[in-house]
Design a protein around this ligand. Structure first.
Ligand code: HEC
Ligand code: HEC
Length: 172
């Protein structure tokens, strides 16, 4: 019963946020929460449910006030990338492409069930950056794509080309 309410709230919240392109930290947190929803106890569920509409309002106001880049540790992706484009890459190219969860590359945060997306503590994240460089290089050098960008339609070789839904394409 409570799980259902929360999941619906998350879905509504994600829909709302994809239109306004705000509050992605909240969305990502909820996204992770959704995966561990069975572990969330009843008390926390109520707090989460009650906090959702407040978060939307707060985040919308915050976004109006500033157009600053919202991510703090991007070395390959454009620093001012929209939350919509970043989510497309993280979910479509990385999560689905490698058949892993966000926590394959992203380290645990301070709160239980929360990830610290900006942290570079997990070596997989750094390997993923090298793989991004390699993938961009293959497209540019061998496939003559002028301005290759991770996540863009113009890419010929993507993470999925080699990984095809598995983290270790060489079978190890
Ligand atoms: C295969 C590894 C990998 C997976 C899986 C992955 N990420 Fe990432 N993520 C990265 C890398 C690498 C960066 C940094 C990119 C750069 O330096 O330009 C990043 C950056 C981010 C950032 C920006 C953090 C900041 O402030 O700098 C967010 C937010 C994020 N990822 C969310 C997610 C979410 C949500 C998922 C799961 C749906 C996910 N990631 C899955 C590798 C991954
Ligand atoms: C040209 C083929 C190719 C492409 C394109 C490619 N990968 Fe890989 N990737 C590999 C191979 C092969 C391995 C295994 C290397 C090994 O086992 O040492 C690997 C390993 C990895 C690993 C390390 C897994 C581990 O824990 O050791 C990560 C993370 C990764 N790739 C992320 C990505 C991401 C993200 C992209 C897209 C930006 C990508 N790869 C694109 C071939 C590729």
């Amino acid at each position: 019963m409570f799980e259902k309410l929360i999941i619906n709230a998350i879905i509504r919240f994600r829909d709302a946020s994809s239109e306004t392109q705000v509050s992605e930290t909240q969305v990502l947190r909820l996204y992770v929460s959704k995966k561990t929803i069975m572990k969330i106890n009843r008390k926390f569920s109520i707090i989460l449910l009650l906090s959702v509409p407040v978060s939307i309002v707060a985040a919308t106001n915050a976004n109006k006030a500033t157009d600053q880049p919202q991510y703090v540790n991007l070395k390959i992706l454009p620093k001012n990338i929209s939350s919509k484009d970043l989510q497309k890459i993280m979910i479509g190219d990385f999560e689905d492409g490698l058949g892993v969860g966000c926590n394959f590359c992203h380290a645990e945060g301070k709160e239980v069930g929360e990830l610290d997306f900006a942290s570079d503590a997990k070596p997989e994240k750094q390997i993923a950056r090298e793989m991004m460089r390699m993938t961009l290089g293959i497209n540019k050098k061998y496939l003559k794509i002028k301005h290759p960008m991770i996540g863009s339609e113009g890419m010929v070789v993507t993470c999925t080309t080699c990984h095809n839904g598995v983290p270790f394409p060489d079978g190890h």
